[in-house]
Design a protein around this ligand. Structure first.
Ligand SMILES: NC(=O)c1ccc[n+]([C@@H]2O[C@H](COP(=O)([O-])OP(=O)(O)OC[C@H]3O[C@@H](n4cnc5c(N)ncnc54)[C@H](OP(=O)(O)O)[C@@H]3O)[C@@H](O)[C@H]2O)c1
Length: 211
């Protein structure tokens, strides 16, 4: 576990695709970090729902100069939206989506695998921030507990996401490469099962003990 005091956050321009619960929470947390700027990529930048967000642009407009692009849109929208973002090999992608009560579009093994299939092959990506309710994404903690945040994906992107997640407050743990996308999404399914089927509600997260 990193000491928050020594987390070195990279200088980054971030585009958050989707200004819903997850996009707003993650964008709101990231923009508070030194060196990080956030632009929200939305369908209609003139929509008054976005008036309180600092920087807002179209999907390709927001992504054009971004170092890091976060996908925070419904699973069903991913196949149509990702190819329109104009992403290139110098950029990194975080996939925060889950297929909830629906199959992964296109029959892929995970949303991460679907996203990977839609990106140019030289774009590096990771799966993160999909395993906790949106209301705890900007802080990464409940009380004094740092919340366990599993991350999987390409080394270059994991190296960027890890300090960002730690700086937000999470106990961020790399699980492996793209082969671990489905495992990260299974962890989200566990959270969803406990929250909505077992009746725990949304106000909980997982923390590691004894590591
Ligand atoms: N809610 C949670 O607690 C939570 C936690 C972890 C992961 N997730 C996952 O994160 C993703 C986003 O969840 P959310 O709760 O933030 O969703 P949301 O609030 O329902 O929607 C996110 C945003 O996606 C954009 N959007 C919706 N339909 C679209 C379409 N057809 N094409 C393009 N953009 C569209 C909208 O932004 P604009 O209208 O502004 O463009 C919307 O505000 C989902 O995959 C979800 O499973 C959710």
């Amino acid at each position: 576990m990193m000491d928050l005091a020594v987390v070195d956050v990279p200088v980054l321009d971030v585009a958050v695709v989707g200004a819903g619960a997850v996009g707003r929470a993650l964008g709101g947390g990231l923009v508070r970090l030194d060196g990080v700027t956030v632009t929200y990529a939305v369908r209609d930048p003139d929509d008054e729902r976005h008036a309180d967000l600092g920087s807002v642009a179209t999907h390709p407009g927001a992504c054009a100069d971004a170092d890091l692009v976060v996908l925070a849109i419904p699973a069903a929208a991913v196949p149509d939206v990702v190819p329109t973002l104009g992403l290139e090999g110098r950029q990194h992608v975080i996939d925060a989506t889950n297929a909830v009560r629906m199959p992964v579009p296109g029959g892929h093994a995970s949303m991460g695998a679907l996203v990977a299939s839609l990106l140019p092959s030289d774009v590096s990506m990771a799966k993160a921030f999909n395993t906790i309710g949106a209301e705890h994404i900007d802080g990464g903690r409940i009380g004094d507990d740092r919340l366990f945040l599993p991350i999987a994906g390409d080394d270059g992107t994991v190296e960027i996401v890890l300090p960002l997640a730690e700086a937000l407050g999470f106990d961020a743990v790399p699980l492996g490469g793209r082969e671990a996308f489905a495992l990260v999404e299974d962890h989200a399914r566990l959270w969803i099962q406990l929250a909505f089927v077992c009746g725990w509600g949304r106000d909980f997260g997982f923390a590691v003990r004894g590591r």
